[in-house]
Design a protein. Structure first.
Length: 147
């Protein structure tokens, strides 16, 4: 597993926890980093931090897009792990120009295959694929980093 794949999994853990607990992902990230420091563990991978911060910064717009293009599924109806996977995938597709869209989608599909339902990987693939198609027409900020 590549370092970026591991970073995505760590970011997924934080974003999932934030969703389940009804907290801001950046807040959960800070608590996670503090706990790791207290326990003498290494700091989280910088890419995992960038993903969590990016999703947190753009979450409202990401959720709007996911809700609009999920074809009959509201965000609330999706499994929480799928929401977290989709948020990371959408952030990478829309704001990370250094990550090819196909890689972002593939990584999200792999996470869904490993961590969610049998149908989730197809759903994630289809929804992120739609965002890839729409990307040239979306109004996005020029920042490709986390904020």
């Amino acid at each position: 597993m590549s370092a970026r794949s591991k970073a995505r999994k760590r970011a997924l853990d934080v974003i999932y926890e934030a969703d389940i607990r009804g907290l801001d992902a950046a807040e959960v990230l800070r608590a996670t980093e503090a706990r790791r420091s207290e326990e003498g563990q290494a700091a989280m991978n910088s890419y995992a931090v960038e993903l969590v911060e990016g999703v947190a910064a753009h979450r409202e717009y990401i959720d709007e897009l996911l809700g609009s293009y999920s074809m009959g599924w509201t965000l609330e109806r999706m499994p929480a792990v799928d929401r977290a996977i989709l948020r990371i995938g959408a952030f990478e597709v829309l704001w990370r120009e250094d990550i090819p869209d196909a890689v972002a989608v593939s990584e999200a599909v792999t996470l869904a295959q490993e961590l969610s339902t049998d149908e989730s990987s197809s759903f994630v693939n289809g929804l992120l694929g739609r965002l890839v198609e729409l990307k040239p027409r979306l109004q996005l900020g020029t920042d490709t980093a986390s904020a």
